[in-house]
Design a protein around this ligand. Structure first.
Ligand SMILES: Nc1ncnc2c1ncn2[C@@H]1O[C@H](COP(=O)(O)OP(=O)(O)OP(=O)(O)O)[C@@H](O)[C@H]1O
Ligand SMILES: [Mg+2]
Length: 226
């Protein structure tokens, strides 16, 4: 279970907080979606959960994030990445290597997994996401949607309990988004905690619960963004 308790965030460059007293409880095997107008703080909220905001020192974060009742806000970004995987809305910002296989192997190499194990985990994740055909491609030559898939696969190798997905369907057509939705639903079946940021209300059909960020507050979605 992932709990956000009274999270408030102010960027040091701003006088007023971007988000105030956010409370949210996410349980395994569910998909929660957050919608909101551009600039309302959706990505900021994700970065407060995975530790990036604290690491950047650009924002002041108060409140607590608990995973299975344990506060994680003093863990390092690298530690948190083992149990919380994030796919940001711009896949280029997360892709480093010139082969998909290298991209998927990176986190495991960092944790000094033996080579054979890396190979078998990478193949397993690629199979489960139906992307074996991409393994030997250069990510820079892939479409936006395929790049988002590569980033998702690269975080899945560490088997995180929590997935934070930031507008992960923003760069695909309807057929592409149907495929990604299927993959997200299969991750739900695997009992992952899934928090999905969306700007396209048509993609909310797979969500168990939809919340809206509005004026710095998180509320149950009532069908209106404003
Ligand atoms: N590093 C930063 N320093 C200062 N202000 C920032 C920083 N990052 C974001 N902001 C500001 O915080 C607000 C929220 O930004 P954020 O990117 O979280 O919104 P968003 O809801 O994800 O928007 P979008 O739908 O366009 O992705 C915006 O006004 C943005 O300009
Ligand atoms: Mg955003």
């Amino acid at each position: 279970m992932l709990e956000l308790r009274d999270i408030s965030i102010r960027y040091k460059s701003h006088k007023t907080p971007i988000l105030s007293n956010i409370n949210l409880t996410l349980v395994p095997g569910t998909i929660t979606s957050i919608v909101g107008l551009s600039g309302c703080g959706k990505t900021t909220l994700l970065s407060s959960i995975n530790g990036v905001l604290k690491y950047d020192h650009k924002g002041e974060v108060t409140g607590s994030v608990l995973l299975n009742k344990r506060p994680i806000e003093s863990d390092s970004v690298m530690e948190i990445s083992k149990y919380i995987g994030t796919v940001y809305q711009d896949p280029d910002s997360q892709i480093v290597f010139s082969s998909v296989r290298a991209e998927l192997s990176f986190a495991l190499e960092n944790y000094c997994y033996p080579l054979e194990e890396i190979e078998s985990i990478v193949t397993g994740v690629a199979k489960s996401l139906d992307m074996m055909h991409l393994l030997d491609r250069n990510p820079n030559e892939l479409s936006g949607g395929e790049k988002q898939l590569v980033v998702l696969a690269a975080i899945m190798v560490l088997e995180p309990d929590v997935l934070l997905l930031d507008e992960i369907m923003s760069q695909v057509d309807d057929k592409g988004s149907d495929l990604i939705k299927k993959r997200i639903l299969s991750l739900k079946e695997k009992n992952k905690i899934i928090l999905m940021i969306e700007h396209d209300l048509d993609h909310l059909d797979i969500a168990d619960r939809v919340m809206v960020l509005r004026n710095g507050l998180l509320e149950t979605f009532d069908g209106e963004l404003l």
